[in-house]
Design a protein around this ligand. Structure first.
Ligand code: ADP
Length: 492
């Protein structure tokens, strides 16, 4: 039983059946009431002149005396002919002077309200008019009435209750039987079929909800591949489609979270690794200096101190790059956009790296046509991008190779390229080189190579400029990194 109340279908069905019952009962009461009104009206219409006819019979008997007993026989005769009536003789005030009915039954009222009687005797009235039933004070019944002259002076009324007590009880029994049999029987049949059809209909209508509940429950239990199969375009169909798309989003977000978590672990592992190696190196060399303090030559001491300094600088660089990257990740870095000459910037970067290139025996040059329009970007951040790319190009190009920084206009964009003739990048690694701490040569760490963060920073900086970085590379043939910047659209 509890389950029925808990299920939507159960509650719907119970409410429906309850409503059917209430409506059925209302229908019975209403029909019974209408029916009884119908009989009252019919009765009153049929007997409109009954009292008047009787009064005509009785009046001559009452001409000479007001002795009401003298009309007893006539009345008795009338009542034998028409047993369903009760006859009252009323005076001008409505006081009951005499009544003719079953003597065993008591007449409880002494007066009858004359208002309905006068309405009845007037010209305008609508049937049925109900008057007091002296046997049942407070009860109203259809009647027939007529003015009656009693004796010489007294003007009274003949008041005939139609459907007297005896008649009523017989009639009620028949009526009740009839109502019970017809209405209640009909109601039961209607209730049964309407109820049955309703229950089947509700069961059918709520079936998609039940199916959806099953799917949602399975999904909640971890079966994330579960989806609702509802085709309709109604609310249920839309609800199902909404659930499916919500499930898709949840699964996608979960995967993203898993991936982010994986990346976070990887990042921590990489940072720990990249910091441990240089720290161990610094500890080792400083210990050596301490232990062998007396035996070390000046040159050796200088050499060890230089190693400690270089390693500490690399660590500083790593920590700085990590900080920069986290700021870029958190979108804390807002690019200070301004127009500037890309050619000038490329030239500055070239000059910065020239000594390093010369030292490594690499030719470094620029390839930028004259008359390029200005670009609109953050000059400091773009300088960082170019520096990282040129730094890499120099690092991965052997002596005798060349590095070229070029720029050309492409509609409203300036395409900037950093090309080298170095080691190149294997195809399988290309998708990963922009991941933080990714290195093609896994053995190389912060001491021997870069931080592994340079390209990740490049990618982030270009993202906040709504741009992207691309790479073309072939092993031993060199690499070309390229990106676009928007041309400064000068307002007229
Ligand atoms: P790193 O500090 O190690 O250079 P980056 O993020 O700058 O880190 O680069 C990631 C990896 O991509 C490098 O370790 C290197 O293996 C590869 N790479 C980057 N630039 C080049 C290039 N111009 N030529 C060959 N390999 C490159």
């Amino acid at each position: 039983m509890k389950n029925i109340f808990q299920s939507f279908y159960g509650r719907l069905s119970l409410i429906f059946l309850f409503l059917l019952l209430v409506l059925g009962t209302v229908q019975i009461v209403f029909t019974a009431h209408t029916w009884s009104n119908y009989y009252r009206e019919a009765d009153q219409r049929l007997n409109l002149n009954l009292a008047a006819d009787m009064a005509r019979e009785i009046e001559p008997l009452l001409q000479d005396s007001a002795a009401i007993g003298s009309i007893g026989n006539t009345i008795h005769y009338i009542m034998v002919l028409n047993p369903k009536i009760e006859i009252y003789v009323l005076d001008e005030q409505g006081k009951i002077l005499a009544f003719f009915a079953d003597p065993n039954k008591k007449v409880k009222s002494k007066y009858v309200n004359l208002k309905p009687v006068q309405t009845f005797l007037g010209d305008h009235f609508t049937i049925p008019i109900l008057g007091d039933d002296p046997r049942h004070p407070g009860t109203q019944k259809p009647f027939s009435a007529a003015s009656l002259k009693i004796g010489k002076k007294l003007n009274g009324y003949l008041y005939v209750i139609l459907g007297g007590e005896q008649y009523d009880s017989a009639f009620d029994t028949i009526r009740e039987n009839y109502i019970t049999k017809t209405l209640a029987g009909g109601l039961l049949v209607t209730l049964f079929f309407t109820g049955l059809i309703g229950l089947i209909l509700f069961f059918w209508l709520t079936r998609p909800l039940r199916r959806m509940k099953e799917v949602v429950q399975k999904f909640e239990q971890g079966q994330f591949q579960q989806r609702v199969k509802l085709k309709g375009k109604d609310e249920m169909g839309k609800l199902g489609a909404t659930f499916n798309s919500m499930a898709q989003t949840i699964v996608y977000n979960m995967e993203q979270l898993k991936e982010a978590d994986q990346q976070r672990r990887q990042l921590i592992a990489n940072i720990s690794h990249d910091l441990r190696t240089p720290l161990a190196s610094i500890c080792g060399y400083s210990e050596t200096i301490q232990i062998k303090d007396n035996t070390l030559s000046k040159e050796e001491r200088q050499k060890y101190l230089q190693v400690i300094h270089d390693t500490a600088s690399k660590m500083e660089e790593l920590v700085e790059q990590l900080l920069d990257l986290s700021k870029l990740d958190a979108r804390q870095v807002k690019p200070q956009m301004e127009p500037f000459s890309i050619k000038d910037l490329i030239y500055d970067v070239l000059m910065k790296f020239k000594p390093q290139a010369d030292k490594s025996g690499i030719k470094i040059e620029i390839d930028v046509p004259d008359g390029l329009p200005q670009v609109y970007a953050d000059i400091g951040l773009i300088e960082r991008v170019l520096s990282n790319l040129v730094d890499n190009a120099l690092r991965y190009t052997p002596s005798g190779g060349s590095v070229t920084i070029g720029a050309i206009q492409n509609n409203d964009q300036i395409e900037i390229k950093v090309r080298d003739t170095g080691s190149g990048i294997p195809q399988k690694d290309i998708p990963h080189i922009f991941d933080r701490f990714f290195r093609i040569e896994k053995s190389r760490g912060t001491i021997t190579g870069g931080t592994g963060l340079g390209l990740a920073i490049v990618k982030k900086i270009l993202e906040i400029h709504n741009s992207s970085i691309f790479v073309n590379s072939a092993v031993n043939a060199g690499s070309t990194f390229l990106f676009n910047l928007a041309v400064w659209a000068q307002k007229a």
